[in-house]
Design a protein around this ligand. Sequence first.
Ligand SMILES: Cc1cc2nc3c(=O)[nH]c(=O)nc-3n(C[C@H](O)[C@H](O)[C@H](O)COP(=O)(O)OP(=O)(O)OC[C@H]3O[C@@H](n4cnc5c(N)ncnc54)[C@H](O)[C@@H]3O)c2cc1C
Length: 426
Amino acid sequence: MADKARIVIVGGGVAGIEVATSLGRGGGADVILADRSLSHVWKPMLHTFAAGTAQADRQKVDFFAQARRNSFRFQPGALTGIDRAAKRVKLMIEAAEGRPEVDLAYDLLVIAIGSRANDFGTPGVAEHCLTIDDLTEAEHFHDQLRCHLLARLDRGGMLEIAIVGGGATGVELAAELKHAINLLSAYGSPDLPQRLRLTLIESGPRLLAAFPERVSRAAARTLSDLGVAVRTGAMVTAADASGFTLKDGSRIPAGLKVWAAGVKAPDVLAGLDGLERSRTGQLVVGPDLRATRDPAIIALGDCASLADPQTDKPVPATAQAARQQAQHLARHLGGALASGGTVATELPPFRYVEKGAIVSLADFNGWGTLGRYTFGGGRLRGLSARLTHDLLYRQHQIGLYGPVRGTLAWLLDDLDHLISPPVKLD
Ligand SMILES: Cc1cc2nc3c(=O)[nH]c(=O)nc-3n(C[C@H](O)[C@H](O)[C@H](O)COP(=O)(O)OP(=O)(O)OC[C@H]3O[C@@H](n4cnc5c(N)ncnc54)[C@H](O)[C@@H]3O)c2cc1C
């Protein structure tokens, strides 16, 4: 019997871990998942870890354990290069002593390494701003928040935080921080909410540009009512240790500065052996998700650039699109492998199904869109949008753990709310 096909998946985020789990369970290929980190988290939760309103330890999925349970191999390592002629992918184990390099042979390489915020080279941002693009950064932000809070616990003084980027990440982070500070005020510092000066800066004319105008207006109103200073049409031209400078010369003072604007692919993709890239650095793929210049390479999720053939617009960089691509690949590749096909088998074209967008403003409000229909808004009606937001994560969790363990994990989270404080205090 011929050897099984070797499928290497680099990046175990929303898309990569779902593909590895599904192909591993199918058993038709030798599957290796590589990631720079040792555990997976659902990226749309990062702002809650940053604010401290969710505990990352409870939500992490250990890659080694996931691999063992689902019959694939996990290889720690950050992507450093590819030798396309020899079909080998190179990784560096950043966390290991001496940062050793490994290289793995593949028949099919799946790249799913996500994206990062884009500072467009704005002076001072790299040195002075925090980002929350992965768990390490979200936890670092939380450490910094705690340092600033502890310094003001007894001596008073304002806590000034500014967030750049009025998309879903910036809006959700602003609301979550407000929620966290309200919760923290119950633990010995009742005037904390009055001492928070939180500013959300957006260069475009409105927040949440991907949503209908009605949602943008309502989100801006909710944030303003919560005391967040919303600055739209405000272009940041520089950042320094004490705040941001805007194009009109005005200043926004801030001790804690977060850059949550723009999307770009990780820099490592620039050095990948002649593959076609988009303006923002993503790997350009055809409708079957294969790289335009190499059929042995597939790119998924935020790091892939694919035009939706029905609308000619790019498929958005969202968890929803990443999951759909992962499920499409797992279904068709898994089917081909099971029936004795090889990885050279044609894959049917991927069709993105826009199932609407959801934005959740902590416990305060939430909205969703389904085609032309918008739901949510208001503390009670916003609950439906917030529950739908949570449901997306629970579906992902059940996909990874299976229905019994996935439901148990969900239940344990709910029970944990009865025991642990509602906000991280240590
Ligand atoms: C705060 C926040 C809130 C969000 N909220 C929403 C939301 O409400 N709804 C929604 O649809 N989307 C949301 N998004 C966007 C969503 O998280 C992404 O679109 C989605 O995670 C993309 O999935 P992915 O698999 O492409 O990449 P990711 O999920 O980002 O996974 C990338 C993986 O690659 C690994 N990796 C990175 N670089 C390397 C390397 N060089 N070598 C090896 N491994 C590497 C990472 O460790 C990670 O495991 C949010 C994003 C953020 C930051």
